[in-house]
Design a protein around this ligand. Structure first.
Ligand code: PMP
Length: 273
């Protein structure tokens, strides 16, 4: 596997990042995961814009997006595969022990792994931990993902593939790596960005293409929604056929199926790049 590390393509086995990289020592970094099909990244410009937004939110130096774009193109060319996940990691760089921030040049890594098509339906559980919609990291795709790692492990223990968070106000927020949509009286809704959820790119496209409403929703909407689905780069639109002990046997229901069809059709059109 060939990856990009700080200005050049390298063999992954011999590419090393310093043990003093601030991204590793304190999670002072940001990342993106993109889906790639036959070497073409999906929604690259949107992902680069979010990478820059997250970096700004964390106070990291502005990433050189031309370099990131070039790195993505070179890594994709060096590792042909039908369906891939392209991971961009950008951190605060090397810092002497005890310093507040990385002081050297930031670290940029671009790597590609294989991906597989997810099933059309899956299961989720709610977890007792909350997303802090007023926290310093709210809405940023930072490498401080421990909260998501713990919640996802809880979901796996319970046989589900995703965990859903409420925020500190008790409103439905998002999953550990996905946004959530619900159907109420036939209408499609998703929590607003003010809920503390990530500005998911799949979420934004589904809202744009289906007219879904951004609505503050109590967590117990999961007990009564006619349909529920998740969105993310690697899931696309994925219906829930169970959430906690509730079964949704008809999943994917008609609204979800329509959203999935629209997403599939629109996203295979040449939207970007
Ligand atoms: N929320 C979180 C916490 C995520 O990690 C992700 C995955 N990036 C999403 C939502 C979905 O975002 P996207 O559609 O851009 O993959």
């Amino acid at each position: 596997m060939t990856i990009w590390l700080n200005g050049a393509l390298r063999d992954a086995d011999s590419a090393h990042v310093s043990v003093f990289d601030h991204g590793m020592t304190v999670g002072d970094g940001v990342f993106e995961t993109l889906k790639t099909t036959h070497g073409r990244p999906f929604a690259l410009t949107r992902h680069l814009a979010r990478l820059a937004d997250s970096a700004r939110g964390l106070g990291l130096p502005e990433p050189d997006l031309d370099e990131v774009r070039r790195a993505c193109a070179e890594v994709l060319q060096a590792n042909p595969m039908p369906l891939g996940r392209l991971r961009i990691t950008y951190t605060g760089g090397i810092s002497p022990l005890g310093s507040d921030r990385g002081t050297g040049a930031p670290t940029l890594v671009v790597a590609l792994g294989t991906a597989s098509r997810r099933p059309d339906t899956t299961t989720a559980v709610t977890v007792p931990w909350t997303r802090n919609e007023r926290g310093a990291l709210a809405g940023l795709k930072s490498t401080s993902y421990g909260e998501n790692v713990v919640a996802l492990a809880r979901a796996r223990e319970r046989g589900a593939t995703e965990a859903l968070f409420a925020n500190t106000a008790g409103a439905l927020c998002e999953g550990t790596g996905s946004n959530v949509f619900v159907v109420l009286d036939g209408e499609l809704h998703t929590p607003p960005l003010a809920s503390g959820c990530l500005a998911g790119i799949t979420r934004a496209l589904v809202v744009e293409w289906t007219g879904a409403k951004e609505t503050e929703l109590p967590l117990d909407v999961l007990d009564r929604a006619e349909e529920i689905f998740l969105t993310s780069t690697l899931r696309d639109v994925q219906a829930l056929h169970a959430v906690d002990s509730r079964e949704l046997p008809g999943a994917p229901g008609p609204v979800t199926a329509k959203a999935a069809r629209i997403f599939e059709e629109q996203s295979t059109a040449d939207i970007d790049p």
